[in-house]
Design a protein around this ligand. Structure first.
Ligand SMILES: [Zn+2]
Length: 273
């Protein structure tokens, strides 16, 4: 799950659960909690969900005025809404029931964070206090983006993936983001010129917006259990090794870039320039 999926999910959750009271809490994977389960449950029961927003890959669920429930899906999770009497997804670790009998379940693919923090202590919650801006935030202007590169020397792809620099982009969307800007993932930041940085900025916004317009990634489910419409047809070079580049026809390559894999057109995204 990256920024588009979390943005869509937060909007749908806001519509369905905001204003409702929590009546039951189940957590089968208490390792994801920051406090003991009993305390977690007792704090939430009979409280009202005020709002649901996302910041990058984190959901911020405001509980009354005093608490914020923070959720990060890790590698991915199915967060699925249910109405009273409907069949629940068979596999889920977390379940929140609301006072009208509706609620939601969460099935976590690998690990997740589910932290309950007093809202006035959010600034000392280590994992979220210093989250960077996302490319879809209003304050994320081209000047802001340029300033992020001040005195930075590393490879551009690692920079984009580091959530301390830019929040919300993972190894899926970064592929076409770099391809659109014709930048090799291993290019060093000081080697990028102004036009490339502008192209990269525009590419980040357009790829993320296009995915939101399509309902997010095709292998992820939204709050209603529906799969997104952003699939292989939308990808330009991502996950298409051996296929022709849509711009020049050169074979797309899969390469290792540190801990991650990258897909590139060696013609459109040269390493040496
Ligand atoms: Zn090409």
């Amino acid at each position: 799950m990256e920024l588009p999926e979390l943005t869509i999910l937060a909007k749908q959750m806001q519509k369905e659960i905001a204003g409702r009271q929590i009546s039951a809490v189940e957590v089968a994977n208490p390792k994801c909690l920051n406090i003991p389960f009993e305390q977690f449950k007792n704090t939430l029961i009979e409280k009202t969900i005020k709002s649901v927003k996302n910041h990058g890959k984190w959901l911020f669920i405001a509980i009354n005025q005093d608490y914020t429930l923070l959720f990060n899906p890790g590698m991915g999770a199915d967060v699925i809404h249910f109405k009273e009497g409907t069949k629940l997804p068979e596999k889920h670790q977390i379940k929140l029931t609301l006072n009208d009998g509706s609620g939601f379940t969460i099935r976590v693919w690998w690990f997740c964070y589910l932290h309950l923090v007093p809202t006035n202590e959010l600034s000392s919650h280590k994992l979220t206090a210093r989250l960077a801006k996302t490319p879809l935030d209003q304050e994320f202007t081209i000047d802001y983006f340029r300033r992020l590169f001040n005195k930075r020397r590393g490879a551009i792809k690692n920079f984009i993936l580091n959530q301390k620099n830019i929040a919300g982009i993972g190894n899926v969307y970064v592929q076409d983001i770099l391809f659109n800007a014709k930048i090799h993932p291993k290019r060093k930041i000081p080697s990028l010129n102004d036009i490339e940085i502008t192209n990269l900025y525009n590419s980040m916004k357009s790829v993320l917006k296009e995915s939101i317009d399509h309902g997010g990634l095709a292998y992820e489910r939204d709050f209603y259990g529906n799969k997104g419409g952003y699939d292989m047809k939308q990808f330009k070079i991502a996950y298409k090794p051996g296929k022709p580049c849509p711009l020049c026809g050169t074979e797309i390559e899969k390469i290792k870039t540190g801990a991650t894999s990258s897909y590139i057109c060696p013609q459109c995204q040269p390493l040496d320039d």
